[in-house]
Design a protein around this ligand. Structure first.
Ligand code: BDP
Length: 724
């Protein structure tokens, strides 16, 4: 109470105007992400905003309300360079009114129909008029909705949009929009390329870094409302009392920002930390153990989100160890969480070492027969493609194949297979490509997005998860542009209908520059970047050519791993006749897992989209491509085009220097020079290697690789970051 009082007092004091001598801004190391509130350089625009933002009043009493006040107090004077009075619970006639929906607002501003569309987290931003004039109203059914509306309103200012006649109604399309951190308890981050884990577990709960609050704020600003704190390859210690206290400390920080915490749990925890001699989900004591554990957690974290589970996959324990199904395992946990409103997010990324079935086929084989057997508070989290976060994969055949079960989307934000944090890869086009794909299971319009948002099969529990790329690096994500992937993930989880290009523009304007020409150039760089990586790493549907373990750099020659389908040679199948993996009926028959007409399309090389050709087909080196080239030439051209495009990106970036703050500019420039080198490395290593089978010259006009294949094969990187 005391704190609220002091805050109220502080906020009612007029904030003194900040004067700026020039419009250029101080250097920016990337810490502020897209929440930079630097002075808008266009004076006219500033004045126009200022004239309608001299005072703001927020009605309500909660930590979230206080955060809204703080955010406005910080944003408006900094962006506009003008005075603003931010008050709490004053009956003043304010330019900006932020208030939860109520009868008075509804009748005064006639917003009944709008309010009905908001749901629990949505918001309305509306220009309203009354006797005393015009003002902006932000309203919602919850304080969190008000916070989201406030961030959206500030975003309008940051991106230079008119606020004169607003009527924005938004409601998130996915219910749970969460990050999955693959962070270990010793701060190592599996597939993390931005320093250590941001959770300083050793010092928690007492020492609470400012970063935790800044993290929550950044997430809330893009609508992320959940975070699974620890690695899916989980350590059972996370469920011990000492660790639950640490988790509680984070949950308390995140709560006013609308973020719930989730934990990845190890299925064998009852044995590892509970003193039981089994973790069989049908065993009474095991069930009780989980029920008590849930009670213990909810006692201290009443809004705990639930469990994320990787079971019977890559050596992790699971119900299969007791001949129980994934449904039996998941249902046991669901029952423990359900009295408290918690959910189980059970991953479909399963493949067992023992099962001889090709890895990409196992998830479908395991899960589709279980459709309808999962409890209501379970969502099955499916990676976007059937293998593993490759630069390009077809959509997972699970989407659309389990109509009775809520399916969650799992995207990877961290760039395990797309150049770590030194390659510029804007991933929203990848996310968009998957979400917009039409599974055709119920005729046209049965997009993956509709499976995820629950509208295809009328599902209430909906989830989109992104494997986080956040670490202790000052700029959070290692690469300035990798911030855009965190941002874009949040925006698409909120609304999958946004376009990746529009999201890029928002992010550029808020993070890098508002100068229109520069925005256009950067937008182009971003929008092309993922395809360039596909080209110089895995064109035409090739996949999993990365080196072993760390996945850093090319390793198409690797053939000595214990399981056949861990080896790149398994996936490209290059031989003297041709290249590609036959996944049709004459080969692994992955096509059989797709609904018609995809099954037919993917079975026929002439119908298969060329960018997935070698995913589904083994084709001769002289196969005729649509371009008129033979397959070998086309493949090599893709490799060369990809590497050349990065040289061009580097050139384009260098021309932008005057528009970007020095630190951001230099960080990106340094990374681009690494990327230029590594793209050529990928190109040359792969082309030389495939040439040993194709036995054909490079297409005319292309320069020969400067080093030998032996050289590339001899490279090793024992200390590459993020290893599993
Ligand atoms: C693979 C990663 C591995 C993860 C696994 C997973 O290489 O580190 O544990 O995915 O998603 O891509 O469980």
């Amino acid at each position: 109470m005391k704190l609220v009082f002091v805050m109220t007092l502080l906020l009612t004091i007029f904030i003194s105007p900040i004067t700026y001598s020039k419009t250029s801004v101080a250097d920016e190391d990337g810490y502020r992400l897209w929440l930079k509130y630097d002075l808008i350089s266009n004076k006219q625009q500033r004045e126009s905003y200022s004239s309608s933002l001299a005072n703001a009043n927020i009605n309500g009493h909660s930590d979230t309300i206080n955060i809204i006040a703080q955010e406005l107090e910080q944003a408006i004077p900094s962006l506009l360079g003008s005075k603003v009075s931010v008050t709490l619970n004053k009956s003043v006639q304010s330019d900006l009114l932020i208030e939860k929906t109520n009868k008075r607002l509804v009748s005064q501003y006639q917003i009944k129909s709008q309010i009905e569309q908001l749901g629990e987290e949505g918001f309305l931003i509306k220009t309203v008029k009354d006797k005393k004039g015009k003002r902006t109203l932000i309203s919602a059914n919850s304080d969190i909705g008000l916070l989201y509306g406030t961030y959206r309103f500030i975003q309008l200012l940051q991106t230079g949009q008119s606020i004169n006649a607003l009527n924005i109604i938004e409601q998130p399309k996915t219910q749970i929009r969460m990050l999955n951190h693959w962070d270990d308890l010793d701060r190592h981050t599996e597939r993390g390329y931005a320093g250590e884990s941001i959770w300083d577990w050793h010092k928690l709960p007492e020492i609470q870094s400012q970063r935790y609050t800044d993290y929550a704020r950044a997430n809330a600003s893009i609508g992320i409302n959940g975070t699974a704190l620890n690695n899916v390859n989980a350590n059972s210690l996370i469920l011990t009392p000492a660790w639950i206290k640490k988790v509680k400390a984070l949950a308390d920080i995140f709560r006013p920002y609308g973020i719930k915490v989730y934990l990845s749990v190890k299925f064998s925890s009852p044995q590892q930390i509970g003193g039981l001699n089994t973790s069989d989900p049908l065993n009474n004591n095991v069930q009780k153990w989980w029920q008590n554990k849930a009670k213990e957690i909810y006692n201290v974290i009443p809004d705990f989100g639930g469990f994320l589970v990787k079971a019977n996959s890559e050596g992790q324990p699971g119900p299969g160890d007791y001949d129980r199904t994934h449904a039996e395992g998941a249902n046991m946990l669901a029952k423990a969480l359900s009295p408290f409103g918690g959910n189980v997010i059970w991953r479909a990324f399963v493949y067992s070492h023992e099962d001889k079935t090709e890895r990409s086929l196992q998830a479908y084989k395991e899960f589709v027969p279980l459709d309808g057997q999962f409890a209501e508070n379970i969502s099955i989290q499916v990676k976007n493609g059937p293998i593993d976060f490759q630069p390009r994969e077809p959509f997972s055949p699970l989407f659309g194949a389990m109509p009775k079960t809520p399916l969650a989307m799992e995207f990877q934000i961290t760039q395990e297979y797309l150049g770590f944090s030194t390659h510029l890869a804007y991933l929203a086009p990848l996310y968009e490509e998957v979400l917009d794909t039409d599974t055709l299971v119920k005729g046209q319009g049965s997009t993956v997005a509709k499976v995820i948002d629950g509208t295809l099969d009328n599902k209430a529990l909906t989830v989109m998860a992104g494997v986080a790329n956040i670490g202790t690096d000052r700029n959070w994500t290692g690469h300035i542009f990798a911030q855009s992937n965190w941002y874009a993930f949040g925006r698409l989880a909120w609304d999958h209908q946004l376009s990746s290009s529009d999201i890029a523009n928002e992010w550029i304007k808020m993070t890098l520059t508002k100068e229109q020409k520069a925005v256009e150039v950067i937008n182009k760089l971003m929008m092309g970047s993922r395809e360039h990586i596909v080209n110089y790493m895995t064109p035409l549907g090739l996949h999993h050519l990365m080196a072993t373990g760390h996945h850093y750099g090319p390793g198409p020659w690797v053939d000595d791993l214990s399981r056949a389908d861990w080896n790149p040679v398994y996936y490209h199948r290059a031989d003297e006749k041709g290249i590609g993996l036959d996944r049709t009926i004459t080969g692994e028959n992955g096509v059989a897992q797709y609904a018609k007409p995809w099954k037919e399309i993917f079975s026929d090389p002439s119908q298969t989209p060329e960018n997935l050709l070698l995913w589904f087909h083994h084709l001769p080196w002289d196969y005729q491509m649509a371009s008129g080239e033979i397959l070998w030439d086309e493949l090599v051209n893709h490799y060369y085009d990809g590497a050349a495009a990065v040289v061009e990106m580097d050139k384009q970036w260098k021309l932008l220097e005057e528009h970007i703050t020095p630190s951001q500019f230099n960080q990106v420039s340094m990374a681009l020079s690494v990327q230029v080198k590594e793209a050529k490395w990928w190109r040359d290593a792969c082309v030389l290697y495939f040439q040993t089978f194709a036995k054909r010259p490079l297409p005319k006009g292309l320069s020969k690789p400067q080093k030998t294949l032996e050289h590339y094969r001899s490279l090793s990187f024992p200390n590459a970051p993020g290893q599993g």
